[in-house]
Ligand binder design. Structure first.
Ligand code: NAG
Ligand code: NAG
Ligand code: NAG
Ligand code: NAG
Ligand code: NAG
Length: 831
């Protein structure tokens, strides 16, 4: 899932296993528009909602991704508020929510709930395409998302009943989509290939530089402008025309949200036209406001002048990634661009000029991110066999811990993850304490943060006690940035020094050996340790362990806390509980409530859809019947049923459509049945007649002692004769009665009965008369037949079943191999 832009919507790829081919194929399912419209009886999600953007403007929400994990008082939210057609509100938690009228009631929804609505719809779409339950997903987010935003998206996936295997940075997803198919990447020991990825989408601009080796990608640096995107370019046009039309037609466009929305839509179209056409282009809207038609013109040159300020913002992130990664322009192998707004010629030109290079567009501009997510999902899912591809990402903002230091009588802090530190990653820190303590995590360079609050969370390490001699205990704390890019204090343990020495159980020695290696770091500095006991606040990063997100290690559950440290000789460790207070975290109880509510809303939509479908069915039925009653059904109508059929307006007012449907069907059904019976009856009687004739012929041939039947048993043939005569009598009788029956009443014999009669006759007669002649000396003709139908020699050229299978699937085998031994060929996926 690309947690994505507004216009191209919420795109999704579904992975399907080609069962017969044993190969994972990426198939594009439906692109979903990230739009939800709330109605009096149901919600519309996706394209259905987009059509209501103007007609139901106040209750149709889109472009809400940016509010995830944001307080209502956030200046960013404040600034966005006036551009929205729908209302946003401050929720009791302080977060931003949306306010809509749904089911005739004012309702406030959290952002997590709104996104969950989209995800639920996606889940449903996926399930109906795959015809099986879908639970796992990979969701992309902008690489600049902070912890609060990431957690908010994670919660949304939970509300939708999905299990998010990984939140993936959009930039990284693009890099994966690029790298996994490349056959010619440098070997592991060679110098990596550096590629810059540039993604300018609807609302933001992200740049990353990645180093590729065979089967491996490492993000070296990322940079971004969180508000530069296609939307800003549209705004320039909108503002221009608001001003121009304001003067020319004396209209205050910004006061009317509908007019503004229509103008925005037109400006977006105009912008796209200008990307392809440099001449003067018109923009005109009929009945725009107060019944006034408006029109104006624009051309690329003029537009570019107006966008000067925006275009100047293209370069800085490019420069930043090179600086951070310590690369020169010559070190860059290729510059790949994706995202809708990179179609703007001036943007492309700026980038190309900066790198002094032609830009590559090997990736699909709109779908590369989703494709990357789909691939990552395949890598993480045990159901697929995909080439190993390891991804190392970077931490975009430095993260520090702060704690109260009793010894120093104040706050101490330490930067645990520097900017562009590898991720996912965990570190173990050691503290010396006598009582529970709190660690406060925060982003340490707030000036770089596109988010107003640098706080991440507070972690209270509980149950810390002094050692038995009263001195400080050693507490090991594990901190990590997980696969989702979310920071946590994942575990803490108290190391107790035991008074006695004892041999460990043999099973544990392996792990102990490792443990001791790490511990030696401490033991090397015994003085320091003593000192630390006096100044308990001292800490140091004692060991660092890289967590690689290996493609091959699907079995490893990355998100699980590491196993508790095993005791080493002379010490034992006790796990300590950690209580965390995350910024803006939804508590479990609320989450459960949201899950329940989403379920209810899904049910309501289903009910409404059923009701609506039934209503349509009634209408369709009634109109079809009306036509036919005066047409082909006319002869079959006994009473004036047409008078009883409800009219369209009656239907409109009908509350219980389902009962109406059954009512009208009761009226219409007999007529329809009579008609259908009268269509089928003659055909079936004809068939039965033919069958009877055939048996009569055999009977007479047998009686004439013809060669062909002289092997048949006389008693059996008597049975055949009896059944055939009986069937003929039955048929004549029914034909006779039916011919006297009026068409306006039910027929004396139904098609089903004729069919049954025929079956009965055949079941008695056919086995008898088709008994094969005993084979004394089979005639030549029969022998030929036997040859053709007999087992086929696999070596031969004859198109036997085996050969057909091979002939039909030479490609299949080739693809199977290629999937298992090397990645899919690009073409296979593009197809
Ligand atoms: C919601 O209901 C309205 C009619 O009540 C219908 O037109 C619309 O298609 C429904 N939306 C969905 C998504 O079923
Ligand atoms: C929605 O939020 C607004 C603003 O906080 C509040 O005034 C209103 O009462 C809330 N409505 C509901 C239905 O909770
Ligand atoms: C550009 O637009 C103008 C005005 O609509 C039109 O006459 C012209 O044919 C277009 N040129 C191209 C290359 O599409
Ligand atoms: C990208 O995602 C990873 C998680 O895989 C996260 O640790 C990292 O901070 C993100 N990187 C950037 C540049 O945002
Ligand atoms: C490991 C690494 O690449 N570190 C770099 C991260 O970015 C800063 C600049 O912001 C560089 O100075 C570091 O060398």
């Amino acid at each position: 899932v690309r947690f994505g832009p507004r216009h191209y919507g919420f795109r999704t790829y579904l992975l399907q296993i080609g069962r017969t081919r044993g190969l994972g194929q990426i198939e594009r399912a439906k692109a979903r528009v990230a739009c939800i419209s709330f109605g009096p009886k149901n919600r519309s999600i996706g394209a259905a909602a987009k059509s209501q953007v103007i007609s139901n403007a106040k209750n149709t929400v889109q472009g809400f991704k940016r509010f995830h994990g944001r307080a209502f008082s956030d200046p960013f939210v404040e600034a966005e508020k006036c551009n929205l057609a729908y209302d946003i509100v401050q929720l009791p938690t302080g977060l931003t929510g949306i306010k809509v009228k749904y089911m005739e009631e004012e309702r406030n929804f959290t952002m997590e709930q709104v996104t969950a609505m989209l995800l639920s719809k996606l889940k449903e779409t996926a399930e109906s395409v795959l015809k099986k339950p879908v639970v796992d997903c990979v969701v992309s987010v902008p690489c600049f998302y902070t912890d609060a935003e990431r957690r908010s998206v994670m919660d949304a996936t939970q509300i939708a009943g999905l299990n998010c295997l990984r939140l993936m940075n959009e930039t990284t997803a693009v890099a994966l989509a690029y790298g996994i198919y490349k056959q010619d990447l440098p070997a592991l020991e060679e110098k990596p290939r550096n590629v810059v990825f540039i993604d300018m989408g609807h609302s933001s601009y992200q740049v990353s530089v990645c180093a590729f080796n065979r089967g491996k990608l490492k993000v070296l640096a990322t940079a971004f402008d969180t508000t530069l995107g296609g939307r800003k370019f549209d705004e320039v046009l909108v503002n221009h025309f608001c001003e121009e039309f304001g003067k020319k037609y004396k209209l205050d466009i910004k006061s009317k949200i509908r007019a503004l929305l229509r103008l925005s839509q037109e400006c977006e179209k105009l912008k796209k036209l200008m990307s392809a056409n440099a001449s003067d282009l018109p923009l005109s809207i009929e009945c725009f406001m107060n019944d006034v038609d408006v029109s104006g013109t624009m051309n690329r040159g003029k537009f570019l002048e107006m966008c000067d300020g925006l275009l100047a913002r293209v370069e800085p992130p490019l420069r930043s990634v090179l600086e951070q990664a310590k690369l020169k322009k010559e070190d860059i192998y290729a510059v790949e661009i994706v995202g809708g707004a990179t179609r703007i010629p001036a943007v492309k030109e700026k980038i190309s000029r900066f790198f002094g290079k032609e830009l590559s567009t090997t990736l699909n501009a709109d779908e590369a991110v989703t494709r990357g997510c789909a691939l990552q999902c395949a890598i993480l899912s045990p159901a697929f066999k995909v080439r190993e591809f390891s991804i190392t990402d970077v931490v975009p903002y430095p993260i520090s811990l702060r704690w109260n230091s009793p010894a120093e009588e104040g706050l101490s802090d330490c930067e645990v993850f520097t900017k562009n530190h590898s991720a996912p990653f965990s570190k173990v820190l050691t503290f010396y304490r006598k009582e529970p303590f709190t660690l406060e995590a925060y982003y340490s360079s707030p000036q770089d943060l596109p988010y107003p609050d640098p706080a991440i969370a507070q972690f209270l390490v509980q149950k810390v006690t002094p050692q038995s001699d009263g001195s400080s205990s050693k507490v090991k704390v594990k901190v990590r940035v997980n696969v989702h890019g979310i920071f946590s204090v994942s575990s803490a343990s108290l190391v107790e020094v035991l008074k006695f020495e004892e041999n460990e159980e043999p099973m544990e020695t392996d792990q102990n050996a490792k443990e001791e290696e790490k511990m030696q770091v401490d033991q090397e500095e015994p003085h320091a340790e003593e000192q630390q006991q006096q100044t308990p606040a001292e800490n140091k990063a004692e060991s660092e362990e890289m967590e690689t997100s290996q493609a091959g290690s699907k079995d490893k559950k990355m998100d699980q806390p590491p196993q508790a440290k095993k005791a080493k000789v002379k010490t034992s460790t006790v796990d300590l509980p950690i209580e965390n207070q995350l910024l803006w975290q939804i508590d479990r109880e609320m989450l459960n409530l949201y899950i329940e509510n989403e379920g209810k809303m899904i049910m309501q939509d289903k009910l409404e859809k059923e009701r609506n479908d039934a209503k349509n069915a009634v209408e369709e039925y009634v109109y079809e019947m009306r036509d036919k009653l005066s047409g082909e059904y006319e002869k079959f109508v006994s009473e004036d049923v047409s008078m009883c059929l409800p009219t369209r307006c009656l239907l409109g007012a009908a509350l219980n459509v389902l009962s109406i449907l059954s009512y009208v069907k009761n009226l219409g059904q007999p007529i329809k049945m009579r008609f259908q019976e009268s269509e089928e009856r003659p055909k079936l009687f004809e068939e039965l007649g033919k069958q009877i004739q055939q048996y009569m012929k055999v009977i007479s041939s047998f009686k004439n002692k013809e060669d062909q039947y002289d092997h048949l048993d006389a008693a059996d043939m008597l049975k055949v004769e009896k059944s055939t005569n009986e069937a003929m009598e039955w048929m004549n009788n029914r034909l006779n009665l039916q011919s006297k029956q009026s068409l306006t009443v039910d027929p004396v014999v139904k098609a089903k009965e004729i069919e049954a009669k025929m079956k009965e006759l055949m079941s008695i007669c056919s086995p008898i008369i088709s008994k094969p002649k005993p084979k004394v000396e089979p005639p030549k003709e029969e022998q030929k037949n036997a040859e053709q139908n007999g087992p086929v020699d696999g070596q031969g050229d004859s198109p036997g079943p085996q050969a057909a299978e091979q002939g039909g699937a030479p490609l299949t085998n080739a693809m199977c191999c290629s999937w298992e031994n090397r990645p899919l060929h690009q073409q296979q996926v593009d197809n």
